[in-house]
Design a protein around this ligand. Structure first.
Ligand SMILES: [Zn+2]
Length: 128
């Protein structure tokens, strides 16, 4: 299974999009910092300012429930998904291409130093 290039995905998904998806309504703003009710634990008071967002850094933190993370982790927290699932879900919702990391096939420890016995042999070796 290919891995998700989370840092690339973070670059493609602005924090503001995810805030809109989770229905975050800021109660105060100072520069690129927002405060408002927490979408993760679901603040009871609409005027709550427990949830703090730094748009420039793409990070958020709740002073009440202690949740903190980037926009993908925020989506995972609100939707109760694993981060991987949240990344796939965001990609579907926002219609963006997933930046996959192509992993090499995992090999048992110690096998790295040996030559791959199944490496293709040049069929023309000795004939050219
Ligand atoms: Zn919270």
């Amino acid at each position: 299974m290919p891995g998700v290039d989370f840092s690339a995905l973070q670059g493609q998904v602005p924090m503001a999009w995810v805030l809109e998806l989770v229905g975050f309504v800021p109660r105060s703003a100072a520069g690129d910092r927002l405060r408002g009710p927490c979408p993760v634990h679901g603040s009871q008071w609409p005027r709550s300012r427990s949830f703090s967002v730094h748009l420039g850094k793409g990070l958020c933190y709740c002073h009440k429930c202690g949740f903190g993370g980037n926009q993908i982790q925020l989506w995972a927290g609100v939707r109760e998904l694993r981060v991987y699932e949240a990344a796939v879900d965001l990609r579907h919702r926002l219609g963006i291409d997933m930046p996959w990391i192509q992993r090499r096939q995992e090999r048992p420890r110690g096998a790295e130093k040996k030559k791959n016995p199944r490496a293709p042999v040049d069929p023309f070796r000795g004939y050219v």
